[in-house]
Design a protein around this ligand. Structure first.
Ligand code: SF4
Length: 246
């Protein structure tokens, strides 16, 4: 992406730094190495450290700070989730990015602790071509509002669906809590954030213009709903048609 192609006053970081991050993405979370065992992983609980109302209340100040840095410093300031429109949504599952942990498990994202393949047993292209990753790529972007790009927290049913129907295994103890015990909390959180950011998205006209030429986003517009409310979207049958894109 080229920021100098964007209007200098466009609201890139305005509302979406929902976890208080105004720097690199991983600043959004307490940093942990990915060693063996749950304590060394970013846990699902870390995603809920702040209530939506709390961090959305900081949005104007965060926006002001992000814009100040972007307009005055020769550095790229990333805005976790808030830059979703610039990337066409979530990058995970090999759409633009994957994470391989220290055991070799090939995960869709550093925060998505599930895998169907291990890099010690398969080639990278085979891992990228897994039904699990193809399913995620085929559902992406998971919603029309790209200020809500994440299949873990904005669309919690999406990762659950992809994991369960493709037989992905948890890559550490406790990972499944995100798909089971935490689902009710996540859905409440997602609903609150959606309500807060829907009007913001409607006002974010630069993003709509920016996304006009994005084929994945146009695919989502044609589908007419978000992936988490299209119960049978993607799945094995659809995944067969997708292949490894990009
Ligand atoms: S799964 Fe969530 S945190 Fe990971 S790349 Fe996608 S939007 Fe970002």
């Amino acid at each position: 992406m080229r920021y100098h192609h964007l209007p200098r006053d466009q609201p890139l970081g305005r509302h979406a730094n929902r976890f208080g991050a105004a720097g690199a993405p991983h600043d959004a979370f307490p940093h942990r190495s990915h060693g063996r065992g749950g304590a060394d992983h970013p846990r699902p609980h870390d995603l809920l450290l702040r209530h939506p109302d709390g961090h959305l209340g900081d949005a104007p100040r965060l926006h002001e700070r992000v814009m100040h840095i972007r307009n005055t410093r020769p550095i790229l300031v990333a805005d976790f989730w808030g830059d979703g429109p610039l990337t066409g949504g979530c990058l995970s599952g090999g759409r633009k990015y994957i994470h391989i942990n220290n055991k070799g498990d090939v995960e869709p994202c550093i925060f998505a602790h599930f895998a169907t393949d291990n890099i010690k047993e398969k080639s990278l292209i085979e891992c990228l071509s897994s039904d699990f990753f193809k399913d995620l790529r085929n559902m992406a972007p998971f919603g029309k509002n790209l200020l809500l790009p994440c299949p873990l927290i904005d669309h919690p049913g999406v990762m659950k669906k992809a994991v369960e129907r493709n037989g992905a295994y948890p890559t550490h103890d406790g990972a499944l809590t995100m798909l089971n015990e935490m689902q009710p909390e996540l859905h409440v959180y997602a609903k609150q954030v959606r309500e807060a950011l829907t009007p913001v998205w409607q006002e974010t006209t630069w993003a709509h213009k920016w996304l006009e030429s994005d084929p994945d986003y146009n695919k989502r517009l044609k589908r007419g709903a978000d992936a988490d409310v299209l119960a049978e979207e993607a799945g094995p049958a659809a995944a067969d048609k997708v292949g490894a894109r990009d």
